[in-house]
Design a protein around this ligand. Sequence first.
Ligand SMILES: [Zn+2]
Length: 232
Amino acid sequence: MEVVNITENVFQITLPNVNVFLIVHPVGLILIDTGPKDSKDSIFEGIRKIGKQPEDLKAIILTHAHYDHAGSLAAILETVQVPVYASALCAEMIKKGIAFKTSSKVVAFLLKLITLSGRIRSTYINVQEVKSPIITVNEGDWIPDESGLQVYNAPGHTAEQLALFYPVKEALLFAADCAENTKKLKLKPVIAYQSIKLSRQTLKKLAALPFIIVVFGHGEAVIKEKFEEMFA
Ligand SMILES: [Zn+2]
């Protein structure tokens, strides 16, 4: 686990295969995504590394339901009871412990077979069910208010995905898994998109936002110019 200072008040906690983010906001700490299962201790260690305590957490935002983003939500909520924000579809999925949905009928059929119609749980398809209420957000909403992050629907990688725009002095875009910057900035492998066409539209929409730095669920932050070159 490594903590990277992205801007004065935004930190990336780099877990082995995914990033989560901490925002030091006037209301307290805001956590974006929760990593895979068993990431709670690493995330709490990251919080302590920036001189805060897990009790300082005041909100959690999920970008999407994938196991490597929503996998430790239930565990974290056992320690800190804070509001959770997600898209309506994401909320519906994680309340049932579902991390993965497919738009392909063939894949859906195979999943049904493999999981015996959902009776067998798998690391990649399921997360621990989340019992507490989830606040559902949609494009244009602010978390927790207009001093915070603005929500953008970001379908493509998954249908339920959200991106977040943080219009502070060094404005940030949290692009989740729309693209990745592991080794270089690129689209993820085709198989990682429910709809590559929708994803390109999403990337174009996000490229028009006035951010300076963009961060991803996987890989390193880049400046807006690089993102525009690829996706605008
Ligand atoms: Zn994902």
